[in-house]
Design a protein around this ligand. Structure first.
Ligand code: TYM
Length: 332
């Protein structure tokens, strides 16, 4: 039986953080054996914010290095840069004809970008979800591992697929969000103000390339309070986030120990943070060190991207040929 097709990507807009790891990459790792996976670097998407051309390659190579250092295997999953697959922008153009201004303007992530950068409301931002749909549909994927913030984009990808199918005949299966567990959909920043992010809340976001002391400092500064005032109290979301990180990176006995302490009001957040900081250092430092080694080896990343682009184009060119025919672009 052929394997189910999986697509996902991460923008090359800065260093990857725990949100990217637990919201997306940990699912990639779990999926790479049993599925046909395409994981890419969304470098075209990053152009919406006008990065400096001299940083682009470093950022793209860093994402690839962090993918591999986290455990992605280029022999199992196809790893590539979005801009190496010209069939993606071609499908994006086709889908743009099926996407309507009104629906694009209503997307919350677009409205948020307009609010934050009123001087740069470019058409690429508006049609961001269309390019994302093209990324997914180009391999006719059915499963898409992403964090909670991307769910609406997935809904739009399904809408564009349905519209294509009803106009030109059934062609694209509907892609759905997929996660190997349900509890890690959003990692908040450690100051309790919003989510961990590549470019905002940087002092309260833990990056996969943070050094050990920075990790310790950030965790020790995480927002807490005077502690629960009654047994089995409901946790405020910033405390819940610390417990989530503890669950994801510490031994289960450690997590249980602090959870019991919380529930019977004896928890000491200083101790919890010290333990979490050490476990986080143990979790991140091997990934960081391996990614640093890989990034110094420019030629091996180049080889991985080249081979990945060839494999991605094999699948993409079949999809685009079929789409052209259905649309009627079939002249010779
Ligand atoms: P990007 O680069 O913003 O984020 C990459 C992945 O990380 C997840 N994520 C988080 N999850 C939990 N907590 C957080 N704090 C957190 N921050 C980020 C995101 O949900 C995402 O899964 N539009 C995508 C890139 C993209 C894409 C695609 C993804 C382009 N085309 C096609 C899937 C399929 C994005 O902005 O990711």
């Amino acid at each position: 039986m052929s394997k189910e097709i999986v697509v996902s990507g991460i923008r090359s807009t800065g260093n990857l953080h725990l949100g990217n790891y637990f919201g997306a990459m940990q699912h990639y790792l779990k999926m790479q054996d049993a599925h046909q996976c395409y994981f890419f670097v969304a470098d075209y998407h990053s152009l919406t914010t006008h990065p400096d051309p001299k940083d682009l390659k470093t950022n793209v190579f860093r994402v690839v290095a962090e993918y591999i250092a986290s455990g992605l295997d280029p022999e199992k999953a196809v790893l590539y840069a979005q801009s190496d697959v010209p069939e993606i922008p071609e499908l994006y153009l086709m889908l743009n004809m099926l996407a309507y201004m009104g629906e694009l303007e209503k997307v919350p992530t677009f409205k948020e970008k307009v609010r934050l950068n009123p001087d740069n409301v470019n058409a690429g931002l508006l049609t961001y979800p269309v390019l994302m749909a093209a990324d997914i549909l180009i391999h006719r994927a059915v499963k898409v591992p992403v964090g909670k913030d991307q769910e609406q984009h997935l809904e739009m990808a399904r809408n564009f697929a349905q519209r294509f199918n009803s106009r030109y005949g059934f062609y694209f299966p509907e892609p759905h969000v997929y996660r190997s567990n349900e509890e890690t959909v959003k990692i908040m920043s450690l100051d309790g103000l919003g989510k961990m992010s590549k470019s905002e809340n940087i002092n309260a976001t833990i990056y996969l390339n943070d050094d050990d002391d920075i990790i310790r400092k950030k965790i020790m500064k995480a927002k807490t309070d005077q502690g629960p005032q009654e047994t089995n109290a409901i946790m405020p979301d910033y405390i819940q986030n610390l417990f989530l990180l503890l669950k994801l990176t510490s031994k289960s006995e450690t997590y249980e120990h602090f959870l019991n302490a919380y529930n019977n009001c004896t928890v000491r957040y200083g101790d919890l943070k010290k333990q979490l900081a050490e476990d986080m250092v143990g979790f991140i430092s091997p990934i960081r060190n391996k990614a640093n080694d890989l990034q110094r080896d420019d030629s091996s990343i180049r080889k991985i991207l080249k081979k990945g682009a060839e494999k991605a184009r094999e699948s993409a060119s079949i999809t685009i040929d079929g789409a052209r025919k259905l649309i009627g672009i079939n002249y010779y």
